[in-house]
Design a protein around this ligand. Sequence first.
Ligand code: ARG
Ligand code: ZN
Length: 847
Amino acid sequence: ATQYLADWQPYPFNILETRLEFDLAPKGTKVRSEIRLQGDKPADLVLDGAGLQTLSLRIDGVEIAETDRIFEGERLTIPAAALPEGSFTFSAEVAIDPEANTTLEGLYLSGGMFCTQCEAEGFRHITWYPDRPDVMAPFHVTIRSEKPVLLSNGNPVRREPGLAEWHDPWPKPSYLFALVAGNLVSIDDHFTTASGAPVDLHVWVREGDQDRAGYAMEALKRSMRWDEEVYGREYDLEVFNLVAVDDFNMGAMENKGLNIFNSKLVLASADTATDLDYERIEGVIGHEYFHNWTGDRITCRDWFQLCLKEGLTVFRDQQFTSDMRSAAVKRIQDVQTLRARQFREDQGPLSHPPRPDHYQEINNFYTATVYEKGAEVIGMLKRLIGDAEYYKALDLYFTRHDGQACTIEDWIKVFEDATGRDLTQFKRWYTDAGTPELTMSESWNDGTLTLTFRQDTAPTPGQTQKPPRVIPVALGLISPNGDEALPTTVLELTETEQNFSFHHLGARPVVSLLRGFSAPVVLRREISAEAQALLLAHDTDSFTRWEAGHDLALDALIARARGEHGGRAYIDAIGALLEHGAEDPAFTALCLALPGEEEIATALSDRGQIPDPDAIHRARDGFAAEIAATHQDALARLYAEMAPNGPYQPDAEGAARRSLRLASLVLLSHLDEGDRALVLFGIAENMTERFGALGQLVAAGRARESLELFRQEFAKNRLVMDKWFMVQTHRASPETAVERAAALAARDDFDWKNPNRFRALLGGFAANHAGFHRADGAGYDFYADWLIKLDPLNPQTTARMCTAFETWRSYDAGRQEKARAALTRIAATPGLSRNTSEMVTRILAGK
Ligand code: ARG
Ligand code: ZN
């Protein structure tokens, strides 16, 4: 059934305290609950529960009569007439089966360890409860188990053999509940908050993984300090526990005082993790920690408001990474991800606003739009009002709403009150779906440059009217001699069409437009290759500077995919950049990375053409070879110069050097057929270089022996073996990708029930653009077979992976027919989960 935002009603009871007792056993775990409720006026007591074996249900200690228990789907109603007035205690005893729980939602087992995932609606799989985010309560938890480590939220209050008690004084909704019980070891540290409170820190991992947990601990301490310094937010419990688990549907979870992580976002060492892994670990540890204030202390009223906590927390983790590493590089990476994931989503059948107003399955809305676009919207707000006003508004948000479950309206109101601005129009960014197209045209007259802007947003599923939005456009002007004629200025567009003029300019400048990517829009403008080259050489804003080079490359690739010539301008411009490439290695590496095949396909369909995946693949290979041939010497020099100059450090400086070394290797491999990659694979002492080299060898079809060596070395390391599966499906040549993926999927060590392993193989395959979109439909069929197989066990991961099909309508009739057949086959599977069924239906229906 569809849920609607408009239907929200306040819960008629407050919870004074929630007491839980767990007797853990793999097959028969008993959960006893005591919930002290208080209501002002008579109301039915409505509770959520799913898959529970109910042993007892009581009000104030008295078993509830059969006639007063109304079960309906996942809901239990106890009529008002059966409840005392004022306050009372509801208690339940249920039995659950964690071992049989393959959904990884609720209480389940991962490698013999009990753990939980309750967001969004997992708690109802544990016991009867008002499982909604606006019902908040302090929790008291008792765990009985023979496992040596027993954890829950809050502070520890009692520990004896076989028993632990935890008390969490901060009222929280059920989705933030967590429990862990297992054979774990910890690395320990301390933190003292700005106001002097001591905090014990523990990162819990499986025996043998301790030596790969140190980086996570350091990242946690940096996060805690950063939130104090930048947002004035301190930690609020005596202990902070962080646990790594191998079987996890998502990245990580911000349960109060007990964050649970996918182990790939905790464990790292130089020889097993890449620079990108390290950066993600730091970012996600920050993200979950920052949720303590933006998520836990202040949570969401209902799940339609998800971006209230996720958009804000992503924005905060992006700021954190910018401060810890390079702000310029981080911004470019974030825009790349936004375009690849969120723009794609927003321009296809799954388009929805950051705050949706209906859904069938909330787990399908943990999307790029809610997360990444939710963060962009906050970035725009900050740009419009300035830093000082932004932090003033945030202070007001924290004081006004601490302990509450809030809405986007509350959030907007805080900004209106703090700044005196009317944000009615700005709010459309939250309620309207679709990516605005911003067209800019220029006219030049005797020292005056006039810019005309027009904004249009195409209709999205269910939303046909798209009134204009507030769009902050940051721009600068660059003179033909390379000087900056106008430093960054922010224009505020509010109408469909608007003009702005700049006077007294000497010579006609080039507009450096949308600096820092100041708004999540698609830009349309006419710009010559010379003007792009000028920006790439002289722009003062690193984002628009990178963008200029990127657009040159994209234009070239589009032309070449159509069988035309192109690319001279990019090749020349890159030549100039390479001369000083070593001065800013990370930026140079970003400029050398050609747009991916998927991006080229999207750009072609944007221009009204049907992308041919095979032609795109060949065009990209051919262009890379030409670039490499032209700049062979410079690339070889940079490749050598960026060799390790000391022991591996997972910091921004080291990562920057390695990224340039690998970007050079990628191009050179098109000339030397992988000779350098083979040497590097043999000598590299860190996973970044080793794995980079391996990827080139797979792409060159020369990886057989290296893959075998790699497998022998890392057979016992699950996370590294995920890489081994992934690199083969992702980088295999398009003609052989399906067969390669099928052969890998037939292996004993393809543990498909583990989401990381499943995503490695199938996600890697879907990212192999021409392989997945093979003309005969074999890619679609293979992929659909596996989704159908996983769905009964793990609906969440299956549903999420359906997004591989979201662009199916941009391809030719033959491919469309085959994709439609695969999707229809999934949709027709008997017993298909609600999660997957919603996704497939939307993908088939939308434009
Ligand atoms: N709140 C978590 C985070 O962003 C994500 C958990 C989502 N889980 C889910 N099953 N939908 O950090
Ligand atoms: Zn989050």
